[in-house]
Write a protein that binds this ligand. Structure first.
Ligand SMILES: [Fe+2]
Ligand SMILES: [Fe+2]
Length: 135
């Protein structure tokens, strides 16, 4: 069973964002599998790096869309992204410094973030963009 599953609940109804979210969910599952299989630090670090890079790319996609259509909640949403990115970077640094935090802490952070942020904040811009004819 997958660690985290994308469902209709996570749907923003904006295709590019939903596709990126699905990919992010899959990457978290990949990290979970690697951990369960007892993969080494190098493999885990690589997946974590890839995940972080893709997350930043995803944030910029959303921010560009929100800005383009003058989404009223843009500033707040962007602030949430910045906070999440900072937390993720800090976890990555601790991981690289040799702390064994990979397991529960990182995975739960990613799971909560993906679920809460997509169901909470992302869905809101989805509704707004849909009203502007963006799907
Ligand atoms: Fe998102
Ligand atoms: Fe977002």
């Amino acid at each position: 069973m997958a660690f985290i599953e994308w469902t209709e609940q996570n749907k923003t109804n904006v295709k590019v964002c939903d596709d990126q979210h699905k990919k992010l969910f899959a990457m978290v599952n990949k990290l979970y599998d690697a951990m369960r299989e007892g993969k080494g630090k190098e493999v885990m670090g690589e997946i974590l790096n890839e995940l972080l890079r893709y997350t930043l790319y995803h944030f910029s996609t959303e921010e560009e869309l929100m800005e383009k259509y003058s989404y009223p909640g843009f500033i707040w949403h962007k602030k949430e992204h910045t906070e999440l990115a900072n937390k993720a970077k800090a976890l990555k640094e601790r991981f690289e410094a040799g702390e064994f935090i990979m397991s529960v802490e990182v995975l739960n952070f990613l799971k909560d973030w993906l679920n809460n942020h997509t169901v909470g904040s992302d869905k809101k811009y989805g509704t707004f963009l849909n009203e502007k004819g963006v799907f």
